[in-house]
Design a protein around this ligand. Structure first.
Ligand code: SF4
Length: 214
């Protein structure tokens, strides 16, 4: 983790981290940006979130937007129709059940439409400065397995295994470091092991290197 901390310096931050910095770690904006980010390129998530927040910045103002308008604002994020419905329903639930504020417990967060453990953990870490959560997305799942930290099939299993396998000190940073590394070096296909800062300690479990054409 120390090597990765140094290695990611200067690399582009993941979209939700950027939004978190820009929006002064406001839990509502982190929540909405994370909902939009699922299976979507970072640049697209960032642009869509920025357009949406320009139009509405609070649960109350966002809940008033028609779903069609939210669709238009967040397009072309993937599954934009579903996500627009979830964003509106999420804002309505925040108003009706939580007094217009984002709840700060895992139990309450996962009740919100469109919110699973990945989103809830990221909101806990970035929005509420929790030091006790690990957010596992596809990059964290893949790289933790390649590094041999865990041996798991699903991201939810990886989250639980990482609580056992890693020092608590690193929990809030695992997502930032591994997502940044996954977008730049340890990519899903064709990881750049020759340029990797942790190559000397990585068993590269399950990595298949592409053959160069002759
Ligand atoms: S050595 Fe290769 S597989 Fe291991 S972390 Fe680096 S890029 Fe990923």
């Amino acid at each position: 983790m120390r090597s990765l901390a140094e290695a990611i310096t200067g690399l582009e931050l993941p979209a939700v981290e950027k939004i978190s910095e820009e929006q002064a770690e406001e839990p509502f904006q982190i929540l909405i940006a994370t909902i939009l980010s699922a299976r979507t390129q970072d640049a697209t998530t960032h642009a869509a979130s920025t357009r949406l927040f320009r139009r509405a910045r609070t649960p109350r103002s966002m809940a008033k937007l028609p779903v069609k308008e939210i669709e238009r604002l967040i397009y072309p994020v993937s599954f934009y129709r579903n996500k627009a419905r979830n964003v509106k329903a999420c804002c309505q639930m925040l108003l009706e059940r939580f007094g217009g504020r984002v709840p700060s417990t895992m139990e309450d967060l996962v009740m919100l439409p469109g919110v699973g453990r990945k989103t809830a953990n990221l909101v806990m870490i970035l929005g509420f400065n929790s030091l006790r959560n690990i957010c596992v997305d596809t990059h964290v799942h893949r790289i933790s397995n390649r590094l041999g930290w865990v041996k798991t099939k699903l991201p939810d299993e990886t989250e639980q295994a990482l609580y056992e396998a890693t020092d608590v000190h690193w929990w809030p940073y695992i997502n930032l470091y591994l997502v940044t590394w996954g977008q730049n070096v340890c990519r899903p296909i064709g990881p750049r092991c020759g340029d990797c800062a942790v190559a000397d300690v990585c068993p590269r479990i399950g990595v298949v290197q592409r053959r160069s054409r002759t």
